[in-house]
Design a protein around this ligand. Structure first.
Ligand code: DCP
Ligand code: MG
Length: 373
């Protein structure tokens, strides 16, 4: 039985800003740009009471909370805090898997302190984070990643929650379906349509039925419903890019149709970018022609692409530059890479593809995944 901890900082960017500027303490703030095209990166808990949240357009946020104070992000500082967190985690175990600047899984089944209690370790880590950074984190402790992550969210902010082995079954039965890993808005609707509302409902369905309904995810849902998640804590997962692609049933050479396809791909990629907090500066479009000849076109912007309204016009223009006069196209791909908020840490175990030209200290925090379909 493994012992997994998930640590997630509370209102991360906003808390850093409130820490560094006491005038902002206790006030509704949003980290981001307040202008027409801006979006909220994160909101302080005071602002969340008004319904302001991450990824909300800044103008909407202002309407919801007229007194909202916008603070431009200082990524160097968040990055610095992230390194401090990492140092603390590594005191306990080498099995640290960061998911973003403010969040990580730790496997403490075996740990440097020979401490058999994951709960005590999690408590200590929260304490150390506060001492070193002046910021609060929430901690979740359980037997796997799926449950540890739910646990850290359970009592936010400054929360601490343990799901011990003997309580797993009941806990999972009572979870809402949208709390399961990979179940977003669309899947939730589909689940509800099939009268699956809770973990208990999910457990009544056979694996075959779930696979039939939800594809590959059906397997993990079947296991998760039983409190099982066999994913390891992976210390060297890094995302270098997020990409999506489609192969058409019939080749296309019409710019409008191809642009429409690209739009859907870009939307899908952007959802993942938000989820993984991976906002790259480089857009890549990939085209495979009918004869399988493949070309890619890339464009690098000065700012990370954290707003779809900013990203899409660039992609659309790039599509216009693609030669469609010869062969029709059988595949279109869209990708984003080159995210600037990277953590300089030792990935001596990590792998790098030949296409990644960045020096090791600029590798990203996230999962390596170039083949997302
Ligand atoms: N972030 C972002 N855009 C998003 C989501 C998050 O830029 N759509 C950034 C800002 C957050 C940080 O990533 O501060 C961490 O994301 P979390 O989802 O952990 O959110 P917070 O830490 O802000 O809040 P919580 O207390 O809910 O964890
Ligand atoms: Mg957080």
């Amino acid at each position: 039985m493994r012992k997994i901890i998930h640590i997630d900082m509370d209102a991360f960017y906003a808390s850093v800003e409130q820490r560094d500027n006491p005038d902002l303490k206790g006030k509704p703030i949003a980290v981001g740009y307040g202008e027409a095209r801006g979006v909220v990166a994160t909101a302080s808990y005071e602002a969340r009471k008004f319904g302001v949240h991450s990824a909300m357009p800044s103008l909407t946020a202002k309407k919801k909370c007229p007194g909202l104070i916008f603070i431009p992000p200082r990524f160097e500082v968040y990055h610095e805090v992230s390194s401090q967190l990492r140092e603390i985690f590594l005191e306990y175990t080498d099995w640290v898997e960061p998911l973003s600047l403010d969040e990580a899984f730790l496997d403490v089944t075996v740990n440097h302190k020979n401490n058999p209690s994951a709960s005590l370790i999690a408590r200590e880590i929260q304490q150390k984070i506060f001492e070193k950074t002046g910021l609060t984190a929430s901690a979740g402790v359980s037997i796997n990643k799926f449950l540890a992550k739910i646990a850290s969210d359970y009592k936010k902010p400054n929360g601490f929650f343990v799901i011990p082995p003997e309580e797993v079954e009941t806990f999972v039965e009572n979870l809402k379906i949208e709390q399961f890993f990979g179940v977003g808005k669309v899947t939730t609707q589909k689940m509800h349509h099939h009268r699956i509302f809770t973990g208990y409902d999910l457990k009544q369905r056979s694996e075959a039925e779930l696979v039939n309904l939800f594809g590959k995810m059906g397997h993990s849902l079947y296991l998760n419903a039983r409190g099982i998640d066999n994913r390891e804590v992976e210390p060297n997962r890094i995302t270098k890019s997020i990409s999506t692609e489609t192969t058409f049933l019939q080749d296309k050479n019409n710019l409008n149709l191809l642009t429409l396809e690209l739009y859907h791909l870009a939307k899908e990629a952007f959802e993942r970018m938000k989820k993984e907090n991976f906002f790259g500066k480089t857009i890549t479009i990939k085209i495979k022609y009918a004869d399988f000849k493949t070309i890619t076109r890339s464009k690098t912007l000065t700012q990370p692409l954290n707003d779809f309204q900013q990203l899409w016009p660039v992609a659309r223009e790039m599509m216009k530059q693609i030669d469609l006069t010869g062969q029709p196209v059988r595949l279109v791909g869209f990708g984003v890479s080159n995210a600037p908020f990277q953590q300089p840490y030792d990935h001596s175990l990590g792998e790098q593809s030949a296409s990644n030209q960045r020096p090791p200290e600029f590798r990203t925090l996230f999962e390596l995944d170039d083949n997302y379909n």
